[in-house]
Design a binder for this molecule. Structure first.
Ligand code: PEP
Ligand code: MG
Length: 552
């Protein structure tokens, strides 16, 4: 038996025969050939691009059916990358200036661009290196007269590959795939995201032999513990088979919880909402039966743009979300740029301590024109559903009052222009120790609190949440964090408002019962966590739990 460890992108156990993914273009040698007629090569390349665009359009439709809009979006991104001016210009430039064949120019451009992406600091951008290779591989296959193939297998297999491009993943016949195990890949890559949505136990970054030695052998992927067994011994086989049975039963059970109210055995209710970063995540929100959206991180609209998103651009994002969710609450958090989320066009001064610097509401209050644009879009969208607005990084009552003044200005402007808007609830994030400590005062100023435990933990424990070297010290179960949550909920209730948690800790099922005991009104978590938490809620007797409740 050989055991390899990797990074899990989706839990669960898969047992089956291993198939090493051999792609048609593996080891493809692209020759540099001088051509007489460079313009003819350029035209050939443009034709190939057209065909690639058409293929991607078909893949988008297929993915839309199988894995929903959010995950199909990668093919739209590929279309955009393929048509990107810089990418096309680079290819044509190489053909013309060096009088070479289109294949060589595409391969060269793929190398240059993917190296450029791979060297970027941002995880998301690094993930795009694989996408450039993918679109270029597609172009090359077309130029070389082939059809980009999927995996052909008669029986369900564990796919082992150096890396899998998103288009390769989606083209697979899902009934035939038990799991993916790859040597490379990042958990931010679209392939990892697809694997999660498809619910296939998968590992990335697995130190496998880079050849075909594993092909045809029996494998077990333990996605929960990040282990891959090849030729497992009897004991391992039996143990993981049992784990697989238990997983399947659990999943089955969770499905039966759809449509159920989130209510404890002794009648306490809690709202279970979803965190999203993109309107494209709506399908998975609905699939997982979320009662609403508790945190829409609107800064992604800014991060994905190369200019300040206009009122109209933002309205076009917020309105369909409000409409789709209907009477379910949609809490949109205003811009939380700064610290780890930087946008070049904001031209922010370099700071010694960005996490303690000009971020989130501090930017909005010092540059109100940016804030007002977003508020106008949000208020307009609030006419189309149950929209709520949430302000991040609050530390004082004065900030909330200043926000209220700006909001009133925006409403006056909309009134004078005869533009329709609703009456959105307005709440704040409690993610600084200052806000938690004065939550009794803040509660009188707003409609709700949502506790951002990611930042609250970092500021309370004085530990940079981005610094993985400090992981062992970053303890969100620290009594200081739990006591703060309890205090905030208590102060919210005294003032007659509700309080939820939208930081990662809200999804920590070890604490669900404790949160219920504290009286937390809402947990906003990643969509896949809603049903597991609902299960705990349904099985909890809060009064009973309180009898033996551990002290904090
Ligand atoms: C938080 O700080 O807990 C939070 C939800 O916001 P973000 O992670 O986006 O800073
Ligand atoms: Mg935060």
């Amino acid at each position: 038996m050989q055991v390899y460890s990797g990074k899990s992108v989706f839990g669960g156990v898969a047992i089956g025969k291993i198939q090493v993914y051999a792609r048609e273009d593996d080891g493809r040698q692209v020759k540099r050939i001088r051509v007489e007629d460079a313009e003819a090569e350029v035209i050939r390349c443009r034709e190939a691009t057209k065909e690639a665009m058409a293929q991607l359009g078909r893949l988008y439709e297929k993915a839309l059916q199988e894995v929903g809009e959010a995950n199909a979006a990668i093919f739209e991104i590929h279309q955009m990358m393929l048509e990107d001016g810089d990418y096309q210009e680079s290819i044509e430039n190489i053909i013309r200036t060096q009088s070479v064949n289109a294949e060589y120019a595409v391969a060269q451009t793929a190398d240059n661009f993917s190296q450029m992406f791979a060297s970027m600091e941002d995880d998301y951008m690094r993930g795009r290196a694989a996408d450039v290779k993918d679109i270029s591989g597609r172009l090359l296959t077309i130029l070389q007269g082939g059809e980009k193939t999927g995996i052909h297998t008669q029986e369900p297999v564990i796919i082992v590959a150096d890396d899998l491009a998103p288009s390769e993943t989606v083209q697979l016949d899902k009934d035939k795939v038990l799991s993916f195990v790859t040597i490379h890949g990042s958990s931010n890559s679209h392939t990892a995201i697809l694997a999660r949505t498809m619910g296939i136990p998968s590992l990335i970054g697995t130190a496998l032999p880079p050849d075909e030695t594993l092909d045809g052998k029996l494998g077990i992927v333990d996605g929960t513990n990040g282990l891959f067994y090849v030729d497992p011994d009897e004991e391992t086989y039996a143990r993981l088979q049992q784990a697989q049975r238990e997983e399947a039963e659990k999943r089955q059970l969770l499905q039966t919880l759809k449509g159920r109210e989130n209510i404890t055995l002794d009648g306490q209710k809690i709202m279970l909402y979803a965190n999203i970063g993109n309107s494209k995540d709506l399908a998975v929100v609905l699939q997982n039966d979320a009662g609403g959206i508790g945190l829409f991180r609107s800064e992604f609209i800014y991060l994905e743009s190369d200019h300040y998103p206009t009122e109209e651009e933002q309205f076009r994002v917020y309105k369909p979300v409000a409409e789709t969710m209907g009477q379910k609450r949609v809490i949109i958090r205003t811009l939380d740029i700064g610290a780890d989320k930087q946008c070049d066009y904001f031209e922010m001064a370099k700071e010694e301590n960005p996490a303690l610097g000009c971020r989130a509401i501090r930017i909005c209050l010092t540059r109100p024109e940016i804030f007002k644009t977003q508020l106008r879009a949000l208020f307009r969208a609030s006419a189309y559903g149950k929209l709520a607005i949430m302000y991040p990084m609050i530390t004082s009552v004065g900030e909330v009052r200043r926000i209220r003044e700006i909001v009133e200005e925006v409403k006056r402007e909309l009134d004078s222009q005869g533009i329709q808007y609703g009456n959105p609830e307005q709440g704040i994030m409690i993610e600084t120790p200052a806000a938690a400590i004065i939550s009794d005062q803040l509660a009188g100023e707003v409609d709700f609190f949502s506790i951002g435990t990611n930042d609250l933990t970092q500021y309370l424990l004085a530990i940079d949440r981005q610094n993985t070297a400090l992981d062992e010290f970053y303890d969100p179960h620290h009594p200081a964090v739990l006591r703060m949550i309890s205090l905030v909920v208590e102060n919210a209730h005294k003032a007659g408002i509700w309080a939820g948690i939208c930081g990662e800790l809200g999804a920590d099922t070890e604490l669900t019962r404790e949160f219920l005991a504290m009286g937390v009104d809402e947990l906003s978590v990643s969509p896949g966590k809603i049903l597991p938490i609902r299960k705990i809620v349904l099985e909890t007797d809060v009064a009973e739990y309180k009898k033996n409740r551990p002290g904090i």
